[in-house]
Design a protein around this ligand. Sequence first.
Ligand code: ZN
Length: 202
Amino acid sequence: MRVIYSSGNGNEMRVALTFDDGPHPQHTARILDILKKESVKATFFVVGENVQYYPDMFDRIIAEGHEVGNHTNHHTFLTGLGRDEVSKAIDGCDDAIYHHDEYSARLLRPPGGNYDTNVLQFCALRDYTVVLWSIDTRDWAGTSAFEIEKNVLENINDGDIILMHDYVSRKAHTEEALEHIIPKLKALGYRFVTVSELIEGR
Ligand code: ZN
């Protein structure tokens, strides 16, 4: 078990796009369309109950070759919970993911990026890698597409993990920003990889 923020390897410049809180019937679909058009693979940290609500969208994420990570069953904040509650939150999502497509997630992104000793011990036991991020687009806060793009382009470094969302309860500008960010990062020489590829140095 490792806790990953980012990991540049000094050779080729790589970046991982990550999308939390879905799947969602409209937003995930739109993001998948953009990723497909750009031939980019990303990592989706899904919420177990949303996998159950929108199994077809989850199937599409898997079918199109993206990586899937665990974001708990009900977007549960894991700090301060007992071992049983941590286990229930993570295993519930794991079950939903495995039930559809027999996919086994090896990555956990704790909601809010919050974790404590119980969470780390549980992840060590299950061989989960805890994945945080190095660039927060703050798309969840209604940040404009221009501000998201500016934040990413001004702060990007080799090995960065960019945090975005494919489900936000308020109006978000994630998709519009993504359409600009991908070609601009490509032009700067970045290659898009999944989080596991980033960790493994591929
Ligand atoms: Zn989240």
